[in-house]
Design a protein around this ligand. Structure first.
Ligand code: SAH
Length: 215
């Protein structure tokens, strides 16, 4: 586990408290929120206070770093175990990937926007998140070279269930994906055999769209 040596620990603890009040129970997830220095993940200068508010924020290229509560919610749903191999669609700032890495997962994270991919890759290297592998590409294709995955997390709104990604899950694996055009329902998908999966509907969220191709 990475040592929590970064500044502004007090603000992270308060952020974790707010997220707990909002309904997140998993202590390991709350600990990860207290650990990952979110103020580095904005790429540009940002007020530290802003970084530790429970809200989404622009990171350039028309994209956002997700709201911390949403990051915690998806992370809790994934039930990460140490050593899990996780596929993330939508690296964005890299913050969600860093939270997953703090829980002991190895993450393959795909971003379609090359500028964001390069920025996140540089930041994650500087912060020594060696267990995160940023990939430039179209998340709809997944990362078949590294499949199968224990877990898949989609952090952009998919218009429908991205079935190609289910193919890249191991049997017994989980996918967490917000699905819908205007406003999304978070779905928890469990792969129960090579050809079958179950779908559970969770809370309502709002994500930037999952787009086709690279940019
Ligand atoms: N997980 C991010 C949140 C990112 S917002 C974080 O923690 O900051 C969603 C991201 O998904 C954006 O960066 C967007 O460019 C990216 N995206 C959208 N469609 C995609 C696709 N098909 N493949 C990969 N990335 C995609």
């Amino acid at each position: 586990m990475r040592e929590d040596t970064y500044r502004h620990k007090g603000m992270r603890v308060r952020l974790a408290e707010r997220i707990e009040e909002a309904g997140i129970k998993d202590e390991r997830v709350l600990h990860a929120i207290m650990t990952v220095p979110r103020h580095f993940f904005f790429f540009d200068e940002v007020f530290v206070k802003t970084a530790y508010q429970n809200r989404a924020f622009p990171i350039g290229e028309g994209q956002t770093i997700s709201q911390p509560y949403t990051v915690a919610y998806q992370t809790e749903m994934l039930q990460i175990e140490v050593g899990d191999k996780v596929l993330e669609i939508g690296t964005g700032s890299g913050y969600q990937a860093a939270v997953l890495a703090t829980l002991g997962a190895k993450i393959y994270s795909i971003e379609r926007n090359q500028k964001l991919h390069l920025k996140a890759k540089k930041l994650l290297q500087e912060l020594h998140y060696d267990e995160i592998i940023p990939i430039f590409g179209d998340g709809y294709e997944g990362a078949p070279a590294f499949a199968p995955f224990d877990k898949v997390i989609v952090t952009a709104a998919a218009p429908e269930i991205p079935t190609k990604l289910i193919e890249q899950l191991r049997v017994g694996g989980l996918m967490v994906v917000p699905v819908g055009e205007k406003g999304q329902i978070m779905l928890k998908i469990t792969k129960i055999s090579d050809t079958e999966y179950t779908v559970e509907e969770k809370g309502k969220f709002r994500f930037v769209p999952m787009l086709k191709g690279t940019k």
